[in-house]
Design a protein around this ligand. Structure first.
Ligand code: ARG
Length: 564
């Protein structure tokens, strides 16, 4: 990583001027007109030593170590306490070569750990809608990023397969005398909203649905048969949609699978005196003295014996802890569930399964309409995913007549790029406004723009058919230099995306890289270039850039179509 190298080099320079400084931080300059990288530590040092920063700065500037000449075109102190670094061509190119030689673009090796990542979280028997896209897209990307860093990652969808919606659908099926073998996805998609609305109006129906759910959980055989069939039909339909999105889970466990572990969890809680009776229910106290917001007790078991959402999450953690011994469990779930996970994590920690710090709630925002509220169609429903994919496709095709002839598979890839890039460029915890028309433009910060850039560069590289690509020590002009500098940022971007679990860093970077690429090839006419040496150097840079774009798109789960 370039920042680390520059920190070490500065450290050496400081030392040669007889300054001991504990830690130096270098970052990409926020004033690119003044330098490529910057360091703000002189300020701190001058305070520590009680010495004028100007004096220290002067000494640094005048340092005669050979490494200074090798690394920098310019090393400059600026008032009140900055060092601006302009890198030498040689240093830039050496580092490009290092990145190119590394299968992972020079990211720092990590000690192997096991992660479980819980995302998707769809609910059986409810149709998947726009709201389900976010955890699927964000979770899939975080999974790939962690995996890229060399860790073992187990992805679990954690289906909501045992909740009230099941009782509601069984109620509807029985009311309409629908036989088991007749159940299909259209019936489920119709029944769920119908009965769930009915429950809002009619308390008797609501009670009946709750009773069915409870009896199912207690082992009622008839309901169990319905439940199994509902699961089969609903999961088959979900799989199609997740496949379309290239979202893949290793485990298709659900809340129902947690029940087998609840006695063990209850035992553990009891033996550690963590369960407390409260109005007939069993709860676990989790509040802490320094809580800024009240954290209510976790409700483990109701007075009628029923378990709840939090209990199943504990059961699931128990199972993961036993089966995989994970170092980390990550949850990509709607922001609104933050408190639930706070309670669950505290109990998990108290029980001695996983430490609090190894449980991460990676909350995501909502997909909103123009009005700032969760995105809805004109009739007031959240649009189904299938419908949304169709719309994205139609809008993209309508943009250009050639788009009509695109293959099914290419169109699917482009639809993915449209939806995912639009989503992932937003910091995951923020909401964003859904605007398919904007998302599918070929210019601007969109998926199609990145794909287009890649394909265009790829075409140039292929048609030139150059072999023995190499880099000499030169950089030929400003746009060339900017592109090379942008490429140098890749390891840092990957590491930050990994550390903060933020695919948006990668999306941002991809966009900035594509902007550099576009100015590069509109200014430098590669195809007609006389100077073969220069051409080979440039193709080397572009080849590396496209390798990076491809890998980074993979980390966002965006595939590249054959043409656009
Ligand atoms: N099915 C849940 C919902 O729709 C999300 C599940 C999130 N994962 C978990 N382990 N609780 O709200």
């Amino acid at each position: 990583m370039i920042e680390k190298q520059l920190e070490d080099i500065l450290q050496e320079i400081f030392k040669s001027c007889n300054y001991e400084i504990d830690k130096i931080t270098v970052s990409v300059s926020n004033r690119p007109d003044l330098g490529d990288y910057q360091c703000n530590d002189i300020f701190r040092l001058s305070k520590m030593l009680g010495k004028n920063p100007l004096e220290i700065g002067k000494e640094i500037e005048e340092c005669q170590l050979p490494i200074v000449k090798d690394t920098f075109k310019k090393l400059e102190f600026v008032k009140p306490g900055f060092i601006n670094m302009t890198l030498s061509d040689k240093f830039i190119n050496e580092n490009l070569k290092k990145i190119s030689a590394s299968p992972k673009f020079g990211v720092t090796e990590q000690a192997l750990e096991t992660y479980v990542i819980d995302y998707g979280g769809a609910n059986v028997a409810k149709p998947l809608h726009v709201g389900h896209m976010r955890p699927a897209i964000v979770g899939e990307s975080i999974k790939r990023i962690i995996n890229f860093m060399g860790h073992k990652v187990i992805a679990d969808i954690h289906l909501g397969d045992y909740g009230l919606q099941i009782g509601q659908v069984i109620y509807g099926l029985k009311k309409e005398h629908i036989a088991l073998e007749e159940i299909n996805v259209n019936i489920l998609n119709r029944l769920y909203p119908q009965i769930s609305n009915l429950c809002k109006e009619d308390d008797d129906v609501k009670d009946m649905c709750a009773t069915i759910t409870k009896e199912l959980q207690d082992g009622n055989q008839e309901y169990k048969k319905y439940w199994q069939k509902i699961l089969e039909v609903s999961i088959a339909d979900m799989k199609k949609l997740y496949d379309f999105l290239d979202v893949h889970f290793d485990l298709w466990y659900g809340e129902s699978d947690a029940y087998a572990y609840l006695p063990a969890v209850k035992n553990m809680l009891e033996s550690q005196n963590l369960l407390v009776k409260s109005e007939g229910a069993l709860v676990v106290d989790v509040k802490k003295d320094d809580d800024k917001k009240e954290v209510p007790p976790l409700l483990f078991q109701k007075s009628n014996g029923a378990y709840l959402y939090a209990s199943t999450d504990l059961g699931t953690i128990y199972q993961r802890w036993q089966d995989f011994k994970p170092n980390h469990i990550l949850y990509v779930v709607d922001n609104r569930q933050e408190m639930h996970f706070e309670q669950v994590f505290r109990v998990t920690d108290k029980m001695g399964m996983l430490a609090y710090k190894n449980l991460e709630f990676l909350g995501h925002g909502t997909v909103n309409g123009e009005d700032g509220k969760p995105y809805k169609t004109r009739n007031g429903d959240a649009p189904g995913l299938q419908e949304l994919f169709k719309q994205a496709k139609e809008i993209f095709i309508a943009k250009k007549s050639e788009n009509e002839n695109m293959s099914e598979e290419d169109t699917r890839k482009i639809v993915n790029a449209i939806l995912k890039f639009a989503d992932l460029q937003n910091s995951r915890e923020k909401d964003y406004i859904f605007d398919l028309n904007k998302f599918s433009d070929v210019t601007g910060k969109t998926g199609p723009y990145i794909l287009y850039t890649y394909l265009r560069v790829n075409k140039i590289i292929k048609s030139l058919k150059l072999t023995d690509l190499d880099l000499n020590a030169q950089i030929y002009n400003d746009v060339d230099r900017l592109l090379r500098l942008k490429i140098l940022e890749v390891p840092k971007v990957l590491e930050s995306a990994y550390q903060e679990r933020k695919p948006s860093y990668i999306a941002d970077y991809l966009y900035n890289l594509a902007v550099c690429a576009n100015s590069f090839y509109s200014y430098n006419h590669l195809m007609t270039l006389e100077d073969k040496e220069k051409q080979k150097n440039w193709v080397y840079v572009l080849t590396l850039m496209n390798r990076i774009i491809k890998e980074l798109l993979y980390l966002l789960a965006i595939e590249i179509p054959s043409k656009m």
